[in-house]
Design a protein around this ligand. Structure first.
Ligand SMILES: [Fe+2]
Length: 221
């Protein structure tokens, strides 16, 4: 490299996808009905809720992890939207690898490996955790009350490395150690599964209900 040549290598991008599902008003009621009948059938929820040693969440109802196998039409539409959205984030961060593929190889299979819904009761909270072992994870806000804000029922992501720095301008980009996203009906957030995240305690006039999923992506052949 000559002395006047400059290369900035932005390595290991950390991308969070932020999408809105315009079909949300069309599927919301059907999803809520489905959740109601699910909870009637399985009032105790998934096994974590009965585990006295599990302290990862508080005051919520959580389904089993196979929501994507339910035959509900609204859920099918939603998982299609999720798969498309996750694939679009993955394509951006994997662009270098995609450029090396021939045109006929550029066909992808998006696998929903786990998925579940959570209904937050008054003060419901999920403490910081990650879903490592998958490729992409996501949250979709099905219902949230009007009082939702950065401090009420938001989703936060924690910077994946420690960084102590001086208070100088040069390291200003390190100043924020979390990124916070306000819950909004129809919003979908997508992030790499290793990233630590959690939800701020929620209280509101409507229950906060979300769907989450863990996904992987393969080439079709
Ligand atoms: Fe999570």
């Amino acid at each position: 490299m000559s002395s006047d040549e400059k290369n900035i290598h932005n390595l290991w991008p950390l991308s969070i996808g932020d999408f809105y599902n315009y079909e949300h008003p069309l599927i919301k009621d059907e999803l809520l009905d489905f959740f109601k009948s699910y909870e009637n059938k399985l009032p105790e929820g998934n096994s974590q809720l009965k585990d006295e040693d599990h302290v990862g969440n508080h005051n919520l109802y959580q389904s089993n992890y196979d929501l994507h196998n339910e035959g509900n039409e609204a859920l099918k539409k939603l998982f299609h939207f999720i798969a498309e959205s996750v694939l679009s984030v993955s394509k951006i961060v994997n662009q270098k690898s995609i450029e090396k593929l021939s045109e006929e190889k550029k066909k992808y299979k998006v696998n929903v490996n786990e998925s579940w819904f959570i209904k937050y009761k008054e003060g419901g909270i999920v403490y910081p955790h990650h879903h490592d072992g998958f490729s992409w994870s996501c949250v979709y806000y099905v219902q949230v009350g009007q009082g939702a804000s950065k401090k009420n029922g938001s989703t936060y992501f924690i910077r994946p490395y420690n960084a102590t720095s001086k208070n100088d301008f040069g390291s200003k980009y390190l100043r924020e150690d979390t990124q916070i996203f306000t819950a909004k009906e129809g919003r979908l957030l997508v992030w790499p599964s290793f990233l630590y995240h959690g939800s701020q305690p929620y209280s509101g006039n409507k229950e906060r209900i979300i769907i989450s999923a863990n996904l992987t992506i393969d080439l079709r052949d």
